[in-house]
Design a protein around this ligand. Structure first.
Ligand code: ADP
Ligand code: MG
Length: 211
């Protein structure tokens, strides 16, 4: 079984992994300046470039990734992201995809996807020594896990991630570079959280489009 299956509310939906790679790389490229601006406000302004470099590297090898079974494809994508994104977020996004690949089955149903996503978030939290509420990507990842467990639709999940990214604005950063600013980190959206929202929205909209 090649990595051509994704899941929507328990139903198998055929989505080409190449399409998912293309839509995620497209959304990161289209929003790279915005991600950079967010990171400029409370970080060092490299997040847009970091993510673009990583997702373009994945796009460049999309054919090879898509030929692998889904778990192997996700692990390989994670490894590629670790090598190419850089910054603090590279190892964290890499861990997310690698851990997802370790836990997901070749033909996941909703329950397996939710379980695998939960484990992947735990792996990110362990790697980042971070937890929900500290104004990081975890604050957008965790609501996705909850939405998967609750059986939310693709459209609902797209809404959940946007609201979760917005909800990082009033938070005070307790991890990553933004934490150096203390209270001055309040009032800005977390760049990594925005990236997660963009990626998840692109994936669920792509799945929705194929349902
Ligand atoms: P850097 O901070 O090294 O410049 P990036 O700008 O690429 O790296 O990524 C910053 C993003 O990484 C933050 O917006 C945040 O979402 C995420 N991040 C940073 N540190 C952590 C951490 N310890 N745990 C979880 N996420 C983190
Ligand atoms: Mg940065």
């Amino acid at each position: 079984m090649s990595a051509e299956t994704m899941v929507k509310t328990g139903t198998m939906v055929k989505v080409d992994l190449k399409t998912l790679i293309s839509v995620t790389a497209d959304t990161i490229a289209a929003h790279a300046d915005e991600l950079t601006a967010l990171d400029q406000a409370i970080g060092d302004g490299d997040h847009g470039l970091n993510m673009k470099r990583g997702f373009e590297a994945v796009r460049a090898e999309a054919e090879g990734f898509a030929a692998k079974p889904l778990p192997e494809a996700l692990k390989a994508i994670g490894t590629k992201l670790v090598m190419t994104v850089g910054g603090a977020s590279g190892p964290l996004f890499g861990t997310l995809f690698m851990a997802l690949g370790k836990e997901i089955s070749a033909e996941p149903d909703r329950a397996n996807l939710a379980m695998a996503f939960g484990k992947a978030i735990e792996a990110v939290a362990a790697r980042g020594k971070s937890q929900v509420g500290q104004k990081t990507m975890l604050d957008v990842l965790q609501p996705v896990h909850e939405a998967l467990l609750q059986g939310k639709t693709a459209a609902e999940i797209a809404d959940v991630v946007d609201r979760a990214a917005d909800a990082t604005v009033p938070m005070k950063a307790l991890r990553g570079r933004a934490s150096f600013l203390g209270d001055r980190s309040i009032g800005h959206m977390d760049a990594g959280g925005r990236s997660v929202a963009l990626l998840v929205r692109a994936v669920v909209e792509s799945i929705e489009g194929h349902a």
